[in-house]
Ligand binder design. Sequence first.
Ligand code: ATP
Ligand code: MG
Length: 176
Amino acid sequence: MVAPSERLFFALWPTPEVVAAIQQLQAQLPPNLTGRAMPVETWHITLAFLGQWPVAQRPALLTAAESLSMPEFSLTLDQFGHWAKPRIFWLGLSEAPAPLFELVQQLNTCLQPLGYQPESRPYCPHVTLRRDVSRIELQSLPRVTPIDWPVSSFCLVRSMASGERTRYEVVWRFEG
Ligand code: ATP
Ligand code: MG
C-alpha cells in the first residue's frame, strides 16, 4: 500500500491590508494581459516548497518548524517581474530584507534532517499574480506603488488540485 501523502509548502500569507493593496495595484494593470489571473485567495510568497510529503510526517514537520525563531520584519513589494520558463508574472521585491533570507535558511536547515532537499537556485521571493504568461512588456506597466508587508508569522500550506485549479489551505500558522 502506498503511504498517503500531501503536497506542502511553507509560505508567507498576506495580511488583508496587503491583499487590498495588491488588488488596487492589479486594477491599474492593462486589461489585455495574456494568461490568467491567480485568484486573490492564492496570493502568497513561498519560503520552501516541500512537494509531496508523507502525511505521517506532518507532526515531525510541525515540530521542526515550531523550533525555529521567527523574526519580526517587514518587506516591501515594489516591482513586477516575469519568468518566461514557468510563464509567470509576479510582484516582488527589489531588495529582500536579511531576516527573510535568514528565515528561509532556518527552514532549510531544520527540514533537512527530515529528508528535505533545499532549492538549489537562489531564493527569489515573489507573489505570482498571473500564470501562462508567455510575454509581457514590463516597461509598459504602471510603476508599482510600494506595498509594505509586515511579517510576524509564516504558514505551512497544503496544495490541492481541484479540477483545473489549485487550491491552497493554510494548515498551520507559526508565530514569533
Ligand atoms: P500547479 O502546479 O497545480 O499549477 P501551483 O504551482 O500554484 O499549482 P504548487 O505546484 O503546489 O502550486 O506550488 C505551490 C507553491 O510552491 C507555488 O508558489 C509554487 O510557485 C511554488 N513551487 C512549486 N514548485 C516549486 C519548486 N520546485 N521550487 C520552488 N517553489 C516551487
Ligand atoms: Mg506548480
